[in-house]
Design a protein around this ligand. Sequence first.
Ligand SMILES: [Zn+2]
Length: 514
Amino acid sequence: IYSGVNLINPANNEIVKLFIANFGVMEYGTGDVMGVPAHDQRDFEFATKFNIPKKIVIFKDDLSSDINLWDKSFTEEGYLVNSGDFNGLQNEVAKEKIVEYLASKNLARKSFQYKLRDWNVSRQRYWGAPIPIIYCPNCGLVPEKVENLPVKLPEDVEITGFGGSPLSKAENFVNTICPICGAKAKRETDTFDTFVESSWYFLRYCSPHYDKDIFDKQKVKYWMDVDQYIGGIEHAVMHLLYARYFMKVLSDLGYLESREPFKRLLTQGMVIKDGAKMSKSKGNVVDPDDIVNTYGADTARLFILFAAPVDKDLEWSDEGIEGSYRFLNRLYRLFANNAQRLKNAQKKDQIDERIRELLYEINSCVQKVTNDIENYHFNTAIAKLMEFVNFLYSFNPEDEELGYFKEALEKLAILSSPFVPHLACEVWEMLGHDSIIFTQSWPKVQKEYAEKSTVKIAITINGKLRDTIEINKDTKQEEVEKLALQSEKVKKHIANKEVKKYIYVENLFSTYMY
Ligand SMILES: [Zn+2]
């Protein structure tokens, strides 16, 4: 109902009517809520029912500007309208700006609302860390002595699935003595929720054999923080929350200096088949063993890494498997076809244009694959390897070029080895090596060959692209002009008109005729 009270909106001094309603907004915490009828569905319905004007303040260009034509509120991202000085701002940006404005007038202050709730950590399960609590008839609830920690699970327990926690029936486990008065006492038989342990295991892993405390602070200081966290998004949200919470508690207790556990997060995508998430319950599971038996483990691995960026969902496809298998055969044949010739190949001293091009392709591949692996872009790294293989097929080395061609194949083998380790081992041996490929150093980019010696330049006439030519990088401008004018296409367009102006800037050559 309308309360009869009117308020003033401090941002624009307009009158706002105060209503009292019988619904609350759970997520909002305590306090009063400003209604935004155009951009919240509950407020939209409320305003419609009580004939309160609905004012559009967030807009997107494909919306109607007449709110009477709207059948529901607009709750997506947009830009501000009807908002005075804040018009045109993206709505998330505007939120910050409006709070800043109000704060500067001493009318508001920014605050965070936490919604921490109690967490029931006990489970009536066998698998879990026992909760180290003892019930004494004299002393009540008593924690186990520190020197008796950790309390271990008994191994002679029968798990029937009936009648509550299996531990409660393990007499040897349940019956104990009180750490304070020595009377007969009973252990807690619930175990901890798995999240209790998964929230700090990475700290224990830094010193797994340390028995004086929950972990060795010095070791933890050395190894933490975790450089990379990888997990499915459905799992990561809760686990990250709990793990970060544990870090902060342990840090407050003086166990840690660091307050955040993980430096980088990567959430891998799901595997999709026939339009649905692959799962046993949906019956659309592909058994990797079948693929391994038919095509080998390298094909399975290559397909999974190549089919999608690692953080996106992966659509399973039999054609994709076939494609990966064909590529690996092509890779294998490249080595098989050349292995004999390459055994004793020597590098010649002279680096001519062809060798320069080969060295450029090698180094461009090393650079791209290295960067992509560091950034978890495995699919584009593999695409680059495929391009490189195509180039090497087209290269057709002469006898005196075999030394550098061998270098190309060696680097190709090493760059492929993280993705297809079995095949990489095989082709490495084919080149005559006794060593195992994984003992080789990762190739470094040779800066002097990482850039092409030639550049393509576009020739435009009166602003229209007419031709592109390839020139050496260090070609002088007069020379570029001469080369450009030799192009048949350019000649045709200039005909016998007079060229008024030549412009040559960064790979673009333009002529203007008036
Ligand atoms: Zn006692």
